[in-house]
Structure formats: structure tokens, C-alpha cells
Write a protein that binds this ligand. Structure first.
Ligand code: ACO
Length: 401
């Protein structure tokens, strides 16, 4: 499908590579992907092993500091993160000010930007202690902000974090708890969400991560760079795909559930319809994360009862796997094909799906920022262009145009 030669050409000293399909922007020791073989590793550890054995907090440590923590290191990291989950009270005024219909991704990006105005002491990217402080603050506070974005959209009062809970449990409590009732933590739900966060934790130089690195390459602080990354993630071709998949499944369901007809439309590119949750710039084989998510989807959805949308998703996947259009273009389900279904059954509205992706991706963004800042080879990012506009011409005053 992808015609690289049409997208890449060398013009004089400049190589035109639209969409950076074949241009590396940095060297990185964080995440390894072999898209043809369907392999993903964080710091050398296969994603399948981390999904089975690790936790989101431990995986965050691994990505950011490069090694799995000892038991004592993990305990210390956990305590540090728990200590910083609260937001300064003044931040509440932002939440009061946002419109009730505001998209959680806009609330997330704006609030992360705003955090930088409160923490003047941790803004210097050249000071390792500053970067460490803003690392912990962001890891601890993003779930709090995301739960507040959710509650605001529901017209509910905000709940303070309760630090008897770990990071993911605390997020569930702040999101779904009631001020007057004892919250019963659903251990299976917390575990499933923790797993989904692990699967999203890093994915080398994707659009949002490249954004974080590009913004950070000007020595902008971590809050500013992560805020930009959140905005990049919000688009439907990137993090927004998980809610677009659910929308697509609902549309197919509501119009009679004819999967074949939908696939026909996609193949004919009618109205620009795409099979959302399919295809990936790097994976030209099954996305290993999608394989893990598919299993989880079955377990979680079985608990919630029959879901006709899961049947539709399975039918769509089967239809695509048997169809030349998708086979020739190497289009397989990506991580987001099944996540929307899981998030919905957990009780999240689709507007929150991409915010969940952002919580998961945060440790990857932070790890990449820190690697970039500490790499002596880093230069400010500054792509070139191939100019195709007008040659020199003479200015004409308005009365003669
Ligand atoms: N449905 C139908 N056709 C598709 C799809 C799809 N989901 N994805 C790609 N194609 C087709 C293209 O139309 C193109 O066909 P052509 O050669 O006849 O023109 C061919 O496959 C190559 O696709 P490109 O768009 O050139 O591939 P690119 O690497 O630029 O795009 C992307 C990758 C953006 C992920 C694309 O596959 C897509 O839009 N998928 C749907 C959105 C989605 O699921 N995004 C999530 C990405 S993963 C993530 O962020 C976690």
C-alpha cells in the first residue's frame, strides 16, 4: 500500500520525507519495535512478559530509569508518587471555569500546561532535580486531573485522592467513587486498567512522542512538552482512534449490523470511511498489544454480560483478515481496536477513552523527554522543507490589484 518513493525524494541537499515514513529523528534505548515481526519491547523486555508479570507503576519506573526496580526502589517510588497525587486548591478554579462540555483531552492538556505556573521550582530542563520533581508530579497528578475532567463533564463534585490506594486504584476511586459512600474497589477492573496502561506506556517515535521531543528540544519544560504531547494524541488518527472505533461499531450496529456492506464501503473509500482501529505506520503484522487486549476484552466483557458490539468487532476482524484489500495493505487490528469496548464496559464515556490513553502513555513521554534532554547529541528539532510556492514577484499596492 504505502508508496515510499512517492513520499520520499531528494531535492538538492534536502530529502523530502512526508510524514517521516523513513526518517529517524533520534537514537533511543527505550523501546524496540519490529513492525514486520510484530515485536514490542520496553528496555529489552517483551511486552507479553511485562503485561503478564509487571504493574503500570513498575513499568513506568523501567521506562523512565532504564532498569526494573528492586523491591525497595519500587516501594520508594510508589510512596513518592502517592505523596504527590493532590492538586493545589487553586487548580480547582480552572475546573470551575471549563465548560461542562469541554473535551477531557483539552482539559488535560490545559491543566498540565497550568501546572507549570504553580511549580516554578521544577521547570529547569537542565537541572536533573527539577526534571525528577516534575516527573513525579506529573505521574501522580495526571490521573487526578483526568478523573476531575470526567466528573466535571458529569456535573459531579470532585473527590480528593485517597492515598491508601495505588495509582490506578486511586484513579478509579476519584472517577467513580461517591463522597458519601464506601467505595468498593473492583480488583479485576483495577488490574485490567493497569494492564491497558502498561500496553500504552511507550511506542517509540509516534506522533505525540515526537511532539514531546520536538517541543522539549527547544528546552521547553516538561509540563509544556507533555501538554503538547497530549494535544497531539487527541487526533482521531492517533489516540482518538479508540473512541472512533466505538462510534464505528455503534453506527454499524444501528444501521442493521451488516459487516460486509461496511467493509465494501471501506474498500471503495466511500465518504472517506476507514476501518478505524486497523492499520499502523510501523506494524505490518498483528500489533502484539492488540493480541493481549483481545484476550482481556473477552474476560472483561464476559463479566459485564453479552455485548453485541464485541461480536461485530470479531466479525469485522475476521472479514478483514480474509479480504485481499486488507491483506495486501498489511492492515491488522491495532491496540485501539478492542480498547474502546473494554473502557465502555468499565463505565467510561467514549469522550474519556483518549484521556485513558494519555495516562498510559505519560511514562513513555517522560522517559523520552529525559533521554532527549540528557543526550549530548540533541539539537533543537528543525526540519527543512522543499519550497514549491511562487518565485520572487513585486508588491502591488491595493488600488492596482
Ligand atoms: N481502513 C482502510 N484503509 C486503510 C486503513 C484503514 N484503517 N489504514 C490504511 N488504509 C489504506 C490506505 O487507504 C492506503 O491505501 P491506498 O494505498 O489504496 O491509498 C494504505 O492502506 C496505506 O495506508 P496509509 O494511510 O498510507 O498508512 P499510514 O502509515 O500513513 O497510516 C494509520 C497509518 C494513520 C494508522 C492508518 O492506518 C489509519 O488511518 N488507521 C485508522 C486510524 C487508527 O486506527 N489509528 C490508530 C493508530 S495506532 C495508535 O495511535 C495507537
Amino acid at each position: 500500500g504505502l508508496d515510499i518513493s512517492a513520499l520520499m525524494k531528494t531535492t538538492g541537499d534536502t530529502t523530502l520525507d512526508v510524514g517521516f515514513v523513513n526518517t529517524a529523528s533520534c537514537q533511543s534505548a527505550i523501546t524496540y519495535i519490529d513492525g514486520d515481526a510484530g515485536i514490542l519491547r520496553y528496555r529489552g523486555y517483551p511486552i507479553e512478559q511485562l503485561a503478564k508479570e509487571s504493574t503500570f507503576l513498575e513499568t513506568s519506573y523501567l521506562l523512565i530509569y532504564g532498569e526494573l526496580p528492586s523491591a525497595a526502589e519500587l516501594e520508594e517510588f510508589d510512596q513518592k508518587v502517592r505523596r504527590h497525587t493532590l492538586l493545589v486548591e487553586d487548580m480547582k478554579q480552572f475546573f470551575d471555569g471549563f465548560h461542562r462540555d469541554a473535551h477531557p483531552m483539552s482539559v488535560l492538556a490545559s491543566s498540565v500546561s497550568a501546572l507549570g505556573t504553580f511549580y516554578q521550582d521544577s521547570l529547569d530542563p537542565r537541572d536533573p532535580e527539577s526534571v525528577e520533581m516534575s516527573t513525579i508530579r506529573l505521574l501522580a497528578k495526571l490521573p487526578t486531573i483526568a478523573s476531575y475532567a470526567f466528573r466535571k463533564s458529569q456535573g459531579k463534585s470532585l473527590l480528593y485522592p485517597d492515598n491508601k490506594y495505588d495509582l490506578v486504584e486511586n484513579f478509579l476511586w476519584m472517577t467513580f467513587g461517591q463522597p458519601t459512600e464506601e467505595y468498593e474497589m473492583d480488583a479485576d477492573l483495577a488490574k485490567a486498567l493497569d494492564l491497558l496502561f502498561i500496553l500504552h506506556a511507550d511506542h517509540e517515535q509516534n506522533c505525540s512522542t515526537s511532539t514531546v521531543r520536538l517541543v522539549g528540544s527547544s528546552e521547553a519544560n516538561l509540563f509544556a512538552s507533555i501538554s503538547a504531547g497530549i494535544q497531539a494524541l487527541s487526533g482521531p488518527l492517533h489516540g482518538g482512534a479508540n473512541s472512533a472505533v466505538l462510534q464505528m461499531l455503534n453506527d454499524i450496529h444501528d444501521s442493521g449490523g451488516d459487516v460486509k456492506e461496511f467493509v465494501r464501503k471501506v474498500k471503495n473509500k466511500e465518504d472517506g470511511v476507514k476501518l478505524m482501529g486497523f492499520g499502523h505506520r510501523v506494524y505490518k503484522n498483528y500489533d502484539p498489544r492488540a493480541a493481549i487486549v483481545k484476550e482481556t476484552a473477552h474476560d472483561i466483557l464476559a463479566k459485564a454480560g453479552d455485548n453485541p458490539l464485541l461480536d461485530l468487532a470479531l466479525q469485522l476482524e475476521q472479514a478483514a483478515l480474509e479480504d485481499d484489500y486488507f491483506v495486501e495493505r498489511k492492515l491488522y487490528p491495532n491496540v485501539d481496536f478492542y480498547t474502546g469496548l473494554i473502557y465502555e464496559s468499565m463505565g467510561f464515556p467514549s469522550s474519556m477513552f483518549t484521556a485513558l490513553f494519555a495516562i498510559g502513555r505519560l511514562p513513555g513521554w517522560i522517559a523520552q523527554y529525559r533521554e532527549m534532554i540528557n543526550d549530548p547529541a540533541t539539537k533543537i528539532g528543525r526540519p527543512r522543507q522543499v519550497y514549491v510556492g511562487e518565485p520572487e514577484r513585486q508588491y502591488v499596492p491595493t488600488d492596482r490589484r
